[in-house]
Structure formats: C-alpha cells, structure tokens
Design a protein around this ligand. Structure first.
Ligand SMILES: [Fe+2]
Ligand SMILES: [Fe+2]
Length: 273
C-alpha cells in the first residue's frame, strides 16, 4: 500500500500570502506533483492546519482543490482550524458521537484512526477524556494494528517554544499508546513544520515540513517559534505487512537529478577535482 502525507497547508482566503508564498498555490503544486507521480496511491491524508485561521472561504478553497484528486483525501484538524466552520463546508464529514472530527477509515493494511486535538483559543492541543475514551474504544475493537493520524506532536520535540504549544496533559495519551502499542503500528503528525522521526513507547512517529512555510529547529529560544524559507514537501509512505517507509518529496526542487549507474566500479567516474 502507498499513501501520501501532506501537512500544514494553511490555506488562506484567495490571494493572501504567508512568508511571501500563496498557500493555495503551494498546496496546488504539491497536489499536482503527487497526482502526476503517485496517481496509484491508495489515499492521501492532510494532518491539520488546513486553513490558516479557520476561514470558511479557505475551507471552500480546500474542498475545490481536493475534488479532482485521484485518491480520497482524508482530513485532520489542527490548531489553526475551526471545527464549526470546517463542518459548514464539509457538512457530511465523519465525526465522533461527541462532535469531534475523529473517525476511522479502512485500508488494505488495516484501520487508520484520525484524532482531533483542537482546543479552541490556544495553539496547544488536547485529547480530553472523551476523545481519549473514543480512541481507547476504537483500539479495543480492531482486529489488526492501526495507524494514527493527529496534528499535534505526540512526543516532546525538545524545542521549548514548540513544546509550549504541544499536547496539554499528554501523559494519559502517552500511557494509552504504551498500553496499546501492539495495536498501533505508526503515528503520523504535523504542527511542527519540521522533519521529525522518533518513537513513543516503542511506536514509531513521523512528521515532515508543510507545503507552504517552514520551521527551523531552534533549541534555545524559550518563547518564540523560529521560521525559515526551506522548501515545502509532502510524504510518500509505503506500508507492507512487515514494514513502513516514509519518503519526503521536495516538490518545488527544479535542479539537476543525475542518474547514477549501480555497477560497483562505475561509481568512481562521476568524481571530479
Ligand atoms: Fe501549522
Ligand atoms: Fe499547528
């Protein structure tokens, strides 16, 4: 199975830029690149910060942009999203019994579980008792290991300013993942606008840069997040019975891509003084 991972697209109402880039144009370029190179993907997922300030018009842009995609596009909410305005534009979108945008979708490699970590009025995230209870129930009823998709980072980033806006009261979530590690294959997330890999209680975790504007890992600044003009990316994730591998695609790269022969002796030849 192959799926595509987009994150932090931060769509704005038409024409508004972020760090001199138009998020709708950036996301369109990523979508077009992915559709051209990976039309055979099973699905795509966007791990939150769909709209930059939860604008209804931005969700309408999203709806129109993904309508022509060659794969189903699964949506996750982030701290920049507004749950009510999202549901105005996507009225039939699945949600849980408490109204959170949490849901399960099937894949040939098992169930995929989407979490809603939005807490209105803060950039930090929350998985309250009701959301955690829903996750515990889903994990108890699946018969194959699941993958989780969420916006906020499931483990500390050790970037002080980023962890101020991480998951609040994260320990119960982390304890649940630890207790259910046999039922969770992998966690994909967003929010940090950085390439990150690691694990939580033995469960691998993966994130990548957004499609428009990016972060920078400043380990010293205790208060202010650090941005950068690094290029955007999307992920191509292969999932098979015994492995998962996630690639990061710099879809704006337009430089040379020389071909390298794989014969042992041939590798000396491209070297130059
Ligand atoms: Fe973001
Ligand atoms: Fe975020």
């Amino acid at each position: 199975m192959k799926f595509l991972h987009f994150t932090d697209i931060h769509l704005t109402p038409s024409g508004e830029t972020i760090r001199d880039r138009d998020p709708a144009q950036s996301f369109a370029a990523a979508l077009n690149h992915a559709a051209a190179h990976h039309p055979d993907a099973d699905f795509a997922v966007i791990t939150g910060d769909l709209a930059n300030w939860g604008e209804t018009a931005a969700y309408a842009v999203l709806r129109d942009q993904i309508a022509a995609a060659p794969w189903p596009v699964r949506l996750v909410l982030g701290n920049h999203d507004n749950r009510d305005r999202f549901l105005e534009v996507f009225p039939d979108h699945p949600r849980d019994a408490n109204g959170f945008v949490q849901y399960v979708f099937d894949s040939v490699q098992g169930p995929m579980i989407v979490l809603d970590t939005v807490e209105p009025g803060t950039h930090a995230g929350r998985l309250c008792d009701r959301r955690l209870g829903w996750l515990a129930e889903r994990l108890s009823e699946i018969d194959r290991p699941a993958m989780l998709f969420m916006h906020h980072h499931p483990v500390p980033s050790h970037l002080p300013a980023m962890d101020v806006i991480g998951l609040m009261e994260a320990q119960p979530f982390r304890d649940l993942v630890g207790a259910q590690r046999e039922r969770i294959r992998h966690i994909f997330f967003g929010h940090c606008h950085l390439v990150l890999t690691g694990s939580l209680a033995g469960v691998p975790v993966t994130s990548l840069r957004g499609t428009n504007h990016q972060g920078w890992p400043d380990f010293a600044d205790p208060k202010l997040l650090t941005g950068s003009d690094l290029p955007g990316m999307y992920g191509v994730v292969f999932v098979e019975a015994d492995h998962v591998i996630a690639h990061a695609i710099d879809f704006t790269y337009a430089g040379p891509m020389p071909k390298m022969p794989t014969e042992y002796a041939a590798w000396a030849k491209p070297t130059a003084k």
